[in-house]
Design a protein around this ligand. Structure first.
Ligand SMILES: [Zn+2]
Ligand SMILES: [Zn+2]
Length: 264
């Protein structure tokens, strides 16, 4: 089983080293004829150390990379990644330093923050149509950069926006249209299935995947990728099966190898 979304102790809200994830993946999958792919994608450090409470410091990048060299194994193909927030001020950092000089195998594009008056708001602060518009706009800008192998939890706005109304549909339509046009995979993220369910006016539901979003996605010619978004080694492959069932249910095509996904 492949997985490309995992976090380490360095982001301050996860546990385990890169090696701990490699060991967990090998013991769960066992030796197979074809080596599984394991991507580690901790929350990226940022050159200006923005949002420091949920990511490593920029000074830790060398040590993060060293962890990959120490964790190499013949039983698994280990990919060096990071989960990134898009802001044009970070373009050179992502393109030239991470993908360029440092040779990262892949970057994930993710939106965790939007600007709410006075400060940054988290996904759970998304409440209004205006927030949704901003969320879709940042996500589409993230896709357009061409820097990211896939977009993490595109339905993450459902962490704050409770109703599947015309505004939620408009936001989702914009995201799905762009993903189809730009041929960028969207992630069905298993972490939301392991969080406490949300009570909404429409009943209880997982934070994400939001089924209404994926039902709509079934109308588009997009590809999805299923990941655990593990925040502890024992969850390295958690919830991926459930995510694949969602894709099957809505007839959404899946990829499970990001290295070749952009070449077709
Ligand atoms: Zn995280
Ligand atoms: Zn993540």
């Amino acid at each position: 089983m492949n997985n490309f979304h995992t976090h380490t102790w360095r982001c301050k809200h996860a546990t385990g080293t890169v090696k701990d994830y490699v060991d967990a993946a090998i013991s769960q999958v066992g030796a197979t004829s074809r080596s599984p792919l394991l991507g580690i994608s901790d929350h990226t450090p940022l050159p200006d150390n923005r949002w420091p409470h949920v990511r490593m410091d920029i000074s830790e990048l060398d040590a993060y990379e060293a962890e990959f060299r120490e964790a190499e194994s013949d039983d698994i193909i280990l990919l060096k990644g990071l989960e990134c927030e898009w802001d044009p001020i970070y373009e050179a950092f992502y393109r030239d330093e991470l993908l360029g000089e440092r040779g990262f195998d892949y970057l994930i594009g993710a939106i965790h923050y939007i600007k709410v008056p006075g400060d940054w708001g988290y996904l759970s602060d998304i409440r209004t149509p205006k927030h949704l518009t901003q969320y879709a706009k940042i996500m589409i800008a993230t896709m357009r950069t061409g820097l990211f192998s896939f977009i993490a939890h595109p339905d993450g706005f459902g962490a704050g926006y409770m109703k599947w109304d015309n505004n939620a549909i408009a936001c989702s339509t914009d995201i799905l249209t762009a993903a189809e046009e730009l041929n960028i995979p969207l992630e069905i993220n298993g972490y939301g299935l392991r969080k406490k369910e949300l009570s909404t006016p429409e009943g209880e539901r997982p934070v994400y995947p939001w089924l209404n979003f994926w039902e709509l996605a079934g109308n588009y010619n997009i590809k999805a990728i299923c990941n655990s978004d593990a925040h502890r080694p024992e969850d390295v492959h958690a919830s991926i099966k459930e995510c694949k069932e969602i894709a099957d249910r809505f007839k959404i095509g899946l990829i499970d190898d990001i290295l070749n996904s952009n070449s077709d």
